[in-house]
Write a protein that binds this ligand. Structure first.
Ligand code: SR1
Ligand code: MG
Length: 417
């Protein structure tokens, strides 16, 4: 397969003949007999593991439609182009945080990348009750470094503007987030679904005009604020881990957006893991739930520490220049505090919204969906929905992740339906 060929979706049967001349793939797996397995379990793409005499590699190919729904919902192949460019920027801004890219074919919407082993999707580990050493520090640093280094706190303005222009072409993929995440949870949108029993809680959320205003204000900032390059879909299905190592994958929802977007979405997914735990285990339940809340706290603390460190050591962009502060003998810490205040307001708002959309909109998460009995699932989701509403309402006033965790602990022992 070479550049300039007409797109055709790969299959396990056609992949070897179609990719046998891709030198970067052959260099990874070796020439000769290849075993190919399709392992994509996400909502959108094909993902193949190619095994050869020398090793393994991942071939990820976009499909021209939403896999979760089918060809009635077309989706541009160009998302692979944006994913490729996002991965190169994340690798530069936080080295070692994402898989190594071996090859990109724009026409086939295909990326050949490092096969991570024995990594598995973090969401599966959280459902299984497994702990990951170093997870929180890794994620806190990743969010801080990509946020800071992708913004005009760090980047030269012409480079930042060129990047914003490049990623502005990613239209339909962020549009999914605009609808599914920010808007659909708050009315009876066509593709929505929810667990029976949640109706009273849903009625409360959808009847809360102030809540809808805050969610739409967050959407307004999401579509019009190009502070930094965001991963755009940083949930526990976009992280792969072993017991001691983690990487971030799958940034096809990349765009330039608010500094607090990724860390907010990430914390939401840990909170949903937390609330779902009573259905997944008996032994170790409270210790494991404490571990998850500890991850949230440490992610946020690491984020702040790293962001402040970068503020002092890498503030090379046009924003808050040393010429205005340090060079005048003025401490710039209050300016950093102000940036972080706005960032956390956005983060906790997005966190609450993400907690809502995964129970009310399309594309629920396995943390709850793997609970087969709706009578067990609904009360756990209800706790999650109510905490989400609190976070949206109180985002302006939350000063530490521990306050969020304390609230989560209280809901966790309250029967709200
Ligand atoms: C139609 S796509 C639904 C969801 O899957 C992706 O992973 C994103 O989370 C998106 O919102
Ligand atoms: Mg994804």
């Amino acid at each position: 397969m070479t550049e300039g060929t007409v797109y055709e979706a790969l299959t396990v049967d056609t992949l070897p003949a179609r990719l046998e001349r891709v030198a970067a793939l052959v260099a990874q797996v070796g020439a000769g007999d290849w075993q190919v397995e399709e392992v994509g379990d996400g909502n959108l793409n094909l993902v193949f593991i190619v095994s050869g005499p020398r090793g393994k590699a991942i071939v990820k190919q976009a499909l021209p439609y939403v896999r979760l729904v089918g060809d009635s919902w077309p989706l541009p192949l160009y998302r692979a182009f944006y994913e490729y460019h996002a991965l190169t920027r994340q690798a530069a801004r936080d080295p070692g945080s994402v898989p190594v890219i071996h090859h990109f074919d724009k026409d086939q919407a295909l990326i050949v990348m490092e096969y991570l082993s024995p990594h598995v999707i973090l969401r599966r580990k959280l459902i299984a009750g497994e702990r990951v050493a170093g997870l929180a520090a890794f994620l806190g640093r990743f969010c801080a470094r990509t946020a800071f280094r992708g913004s005009e706190l760090s980047m030269a303005s012409p480079d930042k503007k060129a990047d914003v222009a490049l990623f502005a072409g990613n239209v339909e993929i962020p549009a999914i987030t605009e609808a599914l995440v920010f808007t659909d949870p708050y009315y009876a949108a066509e593709m929505n679904s929810h667990t029976p029993g949640l109706e009273p809680v849903i009625a409360r959320l959808r009847g809360d005009v102030a809540l809808k205003v805050k969610a739409q204000q967050a959407l307004q900032r999401f579509v019009s604020n190009t502070e930094t390059m965001v991963h755009g879909d940083l949930h526990s299905g976009s992280i792969m881990s072993t017991a001691v190592d983690s990487r971030v994958i799958d940034p096809e929802f990349v765009q330039y957006g608010p500094l607090g977007f990724d860390i907010g979405m990430l914390c939401a997914n840990f909170l949903m893991a937390y609330f779902s735990q009573p259905a997944h285990r008996g032994d170790d339940l409270s210790a494991y739930q404490d571990w998850i809340l500890g991850v949230i706290t440490e992610v946020c603390e690491t984020f702040e520490t790293e962001f402040r460190h970068l503020w002092s050591t890498e503030r090379t962009g046009i924003l808050y220049p040393a010429a205005l502060f340090e060079d005048q003998g003025h401490d710039s810490a209050p300016a950093c505090d102000a940036v972080l205040t706005g960032l956390w307001r956005d983060a906790w708002t997005v966190c609450g919204i993400e907690m809502h959309r995964r129970c009310l909109s399309l594309a629920h998460n396995a943390d709850f969906e793997d609970i087969p009995d709706p009578a067990i699932r609904a009360p756990l989701e209800a706790r999650n929905l109510l905490l989400g509403a609190d976070l949206i309402r109180l985002a302006d006033t939350i000063t530490a992740a521990e306050e969020v965790c304390e609230r989560a602990r209280r809901y966790n022992v309250t029967d709200v339906i």
